[in-house]
Design a protein around this ligand. Structure first.
Ligand code: NG6
Ligand code: CA
Length: 500
């Protein structure tokens, strides 16, 4: 593979030439149709659109799964999450799901001479064991042990306790007068809950679940006590994440950096900063999209101010498909109008149908990536790992990133080549196989709708389904009965991959 920076070709200028900085900016639950550069008209996202104008906008990119934990696992390890038990949606006190012995994307960048950071939503567990973390000291195993020099993260999601940021393995802004306790089993005596004290839910009410501990007037999943001044205010989460990301970029301006930057937007509870209030006809969910776009704008502005815009490759994407009511009465459904969060695709977060894993995916690197291009190449978030190894010229261990394809020329818009196929995992851990043209959904158990609250079509059926994505992108014409050979071939690939 030809290196894309001049240093290798002209060693004398090597010292002056830097490897490009890399930012992987991952939204939470942002759908394929949620950005104006992907066709949204009820919301405008000028900062993301600008990146698309100066880069490549992909129309067939996929997360590895239709929920967060497995999707992020696939991105950071280059291994499909179906191969690992324990990669389902993690509790806020889950032990670290990526074990220190595993070679991660962050390890790769670190070995290539980068400074590395993870900032924002994490949701891949912390500590050597579930429920044994010391929230009042240093957590024994954390992101430093899987390649991140710096981390400032939310342990899981904003709707799960503990509701504090964790910086390099310790609660940020720790308040010694309010020691932190966390349980996903039982409440702490005397502590109010959303279930028993609905009068304390002053900011948002739950629609399903989310009725345990109350923090900042919002019910959460799980129980916690303490925290004091370390507890986050939901309105400030995006600001904190952007500020820490900018500080990290400023402190690394002289050396290449890798920043894994994950927003809390647009996951529930959606409760953006007051300055966005009333700014969207779609209410809180629309405001959360505006706040996401604002974050992108903060990052690109900081790059310009630091003079490193042309030497920074940015990927903007999402961890899984969109969802309207995911457990809070935030009027996402009522105010939707004709906005289609999943774009032209069927399904949503959690589902086997396309909108579960089809995500926005933009690659920008001024001067290196073809500006204003659109690419319909099939690529997965699992493919970033090996493609970035190509970019940095880093050789990775033989057993690392087993499910990642080297597709750097595709990512840079210099090739239209798709990966041969992707294996995508909905919430019930069955598998779907996508090729450039076909979508195969293997038979699995479970009803047609999610059962616990969200109005989501699962896409599960107990017979094989096959869709021609070029003719039926909405997956409404199942052609499995016309293509027995293809069905057999795709199922045998899945069976073989499962055994590996
Ligand atoms: C579900 C939550 C949902 C969301 C999801 C994880 C309930 C009823 N629902 O269990 O609100 O938190 O988990 O979302 O608790 S994800 O994007 O992080 O995967
Ligand atoms: Ca998510």
């Amino acid at each position: 593979m030809r290196p894309f920076y001049l240093a290798a070709a002209f060693p004398l200028i090597a010292a002056a030439q830097q490897k490009p900085n890399v930012i992987v900016l991952v939204a939470d639950d942002l759908g394929y149709g949620d950005l104006s550069c992907y066709g949204a008209t009820r919301v405008s996202t000028p900062n993301v659109d600008r990146l698309a104008q100066q880069g490549v906008r992909f129309t067939d990119a996929h997360a590895c799964a239709s929920t967060s934990t497995p999707s992020r696992y696939g991105l950071l390890t280059g291994e499909y999450p179906f191969r690992r038990e324990g990669t389902d949606i993690a509790a806020g006190n889950a032990g670290m799901i990526i074990r220190p012995e595993r070679y991660t994307m962050a390890d790769m960048f670190r070995d290539a001479g980068y400074r590395t950071a993870a900032i924002g939503k994490w949701h891949l567990g912390l500590g050597s064991q579930t429920a044994t973390q010391d929230w009042n000291g240093e957590i024994d195993v954390h992101l430093r042990d899987i390649g991140f020099d710096y981390s400032y993260i939310m342990a899981a999601t904003a709707d799960r306790v503990p509701c504090v940021f964790i910086e390099n393995g310790r609660v940020a802004n720790y308040d010694p007068s309010a020691p932190i306790e966390v349980s996903y089993q039982r409440n702490f005596p005397g502590e109010p809950t959303g279930r028993d004290n609905p009068e304390l839910l002053t900011k948002l009410r739950h629609s399903h679940g989310h009725n345990q501990s109350i923090v900042n007037g919002i019910g959460r999943i799980g129980y916690m006590r303490g925290g004091g001044k370390a507890l986050w205010r939901d309105e400030d989460i995006a600001d904190s994440i952007a500020a820490h990301a900018i500080r990290f970029m400023q402190s690394s301006a002289d050396a290449p950096f890798f920043l894994y930057l994950c927003t809390n937007d647009v996951h529930v509870p959606r409760y953006p900063h007051e300055r966005f209030r009333g700014k969207s006809p779609m209410g809180l969910r629309g405001e959360a999209i505006l706040q996401f776009d604002w974050t992108v704008g903060q990052i690109t502005q900081a790059l310009r101010e630091l003079g490193i815009e042309d030497n920074t490759l940015i990927v903007v994407t999402s961890d899984n498909g969109p969802i309207l009511d995911d457990g809070y009465a935030d009027q996402a459904e009522e105010l939707l109008g004709d906005h289609r969060p999943g774009g032209p695709f069927r399904g949503a977060k959690y589902s086997a149908f396309e909108a579960g894993t089809a995500v926005p995916f933009i690659v920008s690197w001024p001067g290196h990536v073809k500006a204003g291009k659109e690419s319909d190449a099939l690529v997965g978030l699992n493919d970033l790992f090996r493609s970035f190894a190509q970019l940095t010229g880093q050789v990775i261990p033989a057993d690392a990133a087993p499910d990642s394809h080297e597709v750097l020329p595709t990512l840079l818009g210099r090739s239209k080549k798709s990966v041969p196929y992707l294996l995508l995992m909905p919430n019930n851990r069955s598998l779907c196989l996508r090729t450039h043209r076909w979508k195969y959904i293997e038979p699995s158990n479970g009803g047609p709708m999610i059962t616990w609250g969200p109005k989501v079509e699962t896409g599960y059926r107990n017979v094989p389904q096959l869709y021609d994505m070029h003719r039926s992108p909405y997956e409404d014409t199942d052609v499995a009965h016309q293509h027995h050979r293809l069905v057999e071939e795709f199922q045998s690939i899945i069976d073989r991959e499962r055994k590996q």
